[in-house]
Design a protein around this ligand. Structure first.
Ligand code: BDP
Length: 706
């Protein structure tokens, strides 16, 4: 159990009696072409049933009249072979119909991909011991359900925590693509249909002839899983790679250059999903250099991929990372609206503006980005981060579905009407042709995929929510636990409890009340460093001084950011009384002695929350230890190591943050804990062998500064 099977373990179901309940004697997969997802579905059903029930069924491509079969096909092939059926008309693109009664199982996809999804759904049910009869249709919430990998051509991964890239090595696409196929299989099982395989900070060399050949090899192994390949582009490629003297999107030479490159790629990868573009952000080139709009830039790529049905994901993460800290009206949270609001309706229909869930950058808590409610004539997608960049980097357990759900279920009240984020990105609310989900994943060659077994619940939940955002976080989690760790009730209860407590705990011991995560902001984004959250050009600021803390984003006195929301929401955030406590410091600058709705002062809440959050992290170790013998040793030890680390690091967090604000405000903790470091073992108290004292930065991370 090294984690490579993830949730597709197909472990035997515990009660032998169940084996007699699955009686189909053969599998009919109505396509014998090996690159076809229907063929894959047949193979997968065979593999899964062999694992779960120990029975090897034959797979045939010929429709059979035998009563006890599992038939999988597309709407077209199924009706050709077996005639019409009632549910057919309700199927939407990528959707499937699954009907299992006794020994007869019918799986029909609206297309090939849908058929494969139906097969995975059936297997997931079997693997979880659900063998009762079912008959239902399932359709996706949105057409775009992609991952974004931030892999560099040299094989490193930006914000990757699980070893080097599975896609690239030494400047080129890897030779051995086996693991890419395995990854595509994993993603297909959660109904992800596209992967952008390279970093948004894109290297122009992805367009080299050798790499385009490589893309074709990657696409070939992903195709049987219905996963399309896409790439990130560097806006300056015409100049830096093509040797033109410009990359102006309105220059016909540049346009022709992109059309030509795109034709070359589609010649090798006829079903390429499209392009992802990060422009004019954090030093990346873009159309603004030529006084062209971001829409001019996006539409240039859109024209190139349009003949092939390709899509351009254009990131709304546009800002200048040299923001002037002394300008009190400056606010990075306003950048998205400043750049995109006036472009609504100016993007081609195959462009999707990809918006991070909040206005800043994957923080432990942010309000939903107001841009979702501002673009009514533009396709949008939400960008989520499975990679725990600011959230413990896979060394802390943080189950993210509850965070994503808060955003997806948030009602932005555009035009005073129900406007939940999930209904905007599904394309429904503003009746758009496209919309969906982009999840930053960053798998690596580590057998666990993400570097941590428990972090895989996040990838699983991402796919499930992209398909159906109305699912509950806990229900998704429990499916994942059963598939990953089996049927033991104590295992289920314990991992559920730990996971559901994990985001609140992390928020408590990192940054609470909407102050942002308080990690080191200069580069690592990992441990505590509240001082770095001011005096930096990135615009992630706490505005903390001796007396008060928080960003004033009101229209009245602040940066005006609250006014970016539709009126009902704007009014809520404009006023301290109606702003929820958990976003108080996001929208308001208040004295440390400000009373929260709970009655506590801001500073006392800080102290208490940090003690509470880190205390919860201590219990994760005990909880996990209680599963010894119920989880295989390999995964048990791997997880235990991380939980012990998290328990320790949460104390470092607690003490650094509390001491920092204690020093700054000079307001004592009511319970006089700050400065005492309960539970903590000091390096200074140990006899050091092979270690030397070292002055740490930031100094608060060690109680004695060393
Ligand atoms: C920031 C990451 C950086 C990414 C950037 C982005 O730290 O590595 O390049 O987001 O999303 O949060 O483009």
């Amino acid at each position: 159990e090294d984690g490579s099977a993830a949730w597709l373990r197909y472990a035997p179901v515990p009660h032998a009696a169940n084996t007699s309940r699955i009686t189909p004697s053969e599998i009919v997969a109505l396509n014998s072409t090996k690159s076809s997802p229907v063929y894959t579905a047949g193979q997968e059903l065979q593999r899964g049933i062999a694992g779960i029930f120990g029975r090897k069924l034959n797979v045939s491509a010929q429709a059979s009249s035998a009563l006890s079969t599992i038939v999988v096909g597309t709407l077209e092939t199924f009706t050709d072979a077996y005639g019409d059926f009632d549910e057919a008309e309700d199927l939407e693109e990528d959707g499937f119909f699954l009907c299992a009664t006794g020994d007869k199982v019918v799986i029909v996809g609206q297309n090939e991909r849908g058929a494969l999804y139906g097969a995975f759904e059936y297997l997931s049910r079997l693997a979880q011991g659900h063998i009762s009869s079912v008959s239902f249709i399932s359709n996706p919430s949105a057409p775009i359900r992609w991952t974004n990998e931030w892999d560099n051509l040299d094989g490193s991964i930006e914000r990757g925590f699980a070893g080097p890239s599975i896609f690239f090595r030494n400047g080129f696409v890897v030779d051995n693509v086996t693991r890419v196929a395995e990854y595509a299989r994993l993603l297909a099982s959660i109904r992800i249909n596209g992967i952008i395989i390279n970093n948004v900070n894109a290297d122009v060399q992805v367009l080299s002839a050798r790499n385009i050949e490589g893309l074709a090899r990657l696409a070939d192994v992903m195709r049987p899983y219905g996963v399309q390949l896409g790439i990130s582009l560097n806006f300056a490629s015409p100049e830096d790679f093509g040797k033109l003297n410009s990359y102006d999107p309105l220059d016909p030479k540049v346009d022709a250059w992109w059309a030509n490159v795109t034709n070359q790629i589609y010649a090798k990868v006829p079903d390429m999903a499209g392009y992802l573009v990060k422009a004019n952000s954090e030093g990346q080139a873009g159309p603004l250099t030529y006084n062209r709009t971001l829409a001019d830039g996006a539409n240039m790529f859109a024209r190139a991929v349009e003949p092939y049905g390709g899509v351009v994901m254009f990131r709304a993460f546009v800002y200048d990372n040299h923001i002037n800290e002394t300008d009190w009206k400056a606010d990075r949270a306003n950048a998205q609206l400043e750049f995109f609001q006036n472009l609504d309706g100016k993007f081609n229909d195959n462009v999707v503006v990809q918006i991070k869930y909040g206005p800043i950058d994957f923080q432990v808590r942010e309000p939903a980005s107001p841009l979702f409610s501002a673009l009514h004539h533009t396709n949008t997608a939400i960008e989520l981060q499975i990679t725990q960049e600011y959230l413990g980097q896979q060394c802390h357990l943080v189950y993210l579905a509850p965070l994503w759900k808060e955003i997806l279920e948030f009602d932005l009240r555009a035009d005073g009407r129900p406007s939940k984020v999930k209904d905007i990105v599904s394309s429904e609310r503003f009746n758009r042709p496209l919309g969906g989900y982009a999840g930053v994943v960053n798998v690596g060659t580590n057998s666990t995929w993400l570097g941590s077994h428990l972090a895989m619940s996040n990838l699983y939940a991402y796919g499930r929510l992209a398909w159906d955002p109305s699912l509950e976080s806990e229900a998704i989690l429990q499916d994942w636990i059963r598939l990953t760790f089996g049927f033991d009730q104590k295992v289920l209860n314990t991992i559920t409890d730990m996971s559901m407590k994990s985001w609140p705990a992390y928020e408590n011991y990192s940054g609470n009340l909407g102050i942002q995560t308080l990690t080191d902001i200069t580069y690592t984004h990992f441990g505590p460093n509240p001082a770095s959250q001011d005096n930096n050009g990135w615009g992630q600021w706490t505005r903390a001084d001796k007396f008060s803390i928080g960003m004033d984003r009101t229209v009245n006195n602040g940066t005006g950011n609250a006014g970016n929301y539709p009126p009902e929401i704007a009014n809520m955030y404009e006023n301290i009384e109606t702003t929820p406590d958990n976003l108080l410091l996001w929208f308001h600058h208040v004295p440390y002695t400000q009373r929260l709705k709970s009655g506590k002062t801001v500073i006392q809440h800080f102290y208490d929350a940090h003690y509470e959050g880190s205390a919860v992290a201590q219990t994760f170790v005990k909880q996990w230890e209680s599963l010894k013998g119920k989880v295989d040793m390999e995964r048990y030890e791997h997880v235990l190591f991380r939980q012990v680390f998290q328990a320790g690091h949460s104390l470092v967090w607690r003490d650094s943050i509390n001491e920092f604000y204690h020093n700054l405000s000079e307001i004592p903790d009511d319970l006089r804990r700050v400065g005492n470091h309960p539970y903590r073992l000091e390096a200074e108290d140990m006899r050091l062998v092979g270690y030397k004292p070292y002055s740490v930065s930031p100094f608060e991370t060690a109680s004695g500064y060393t």
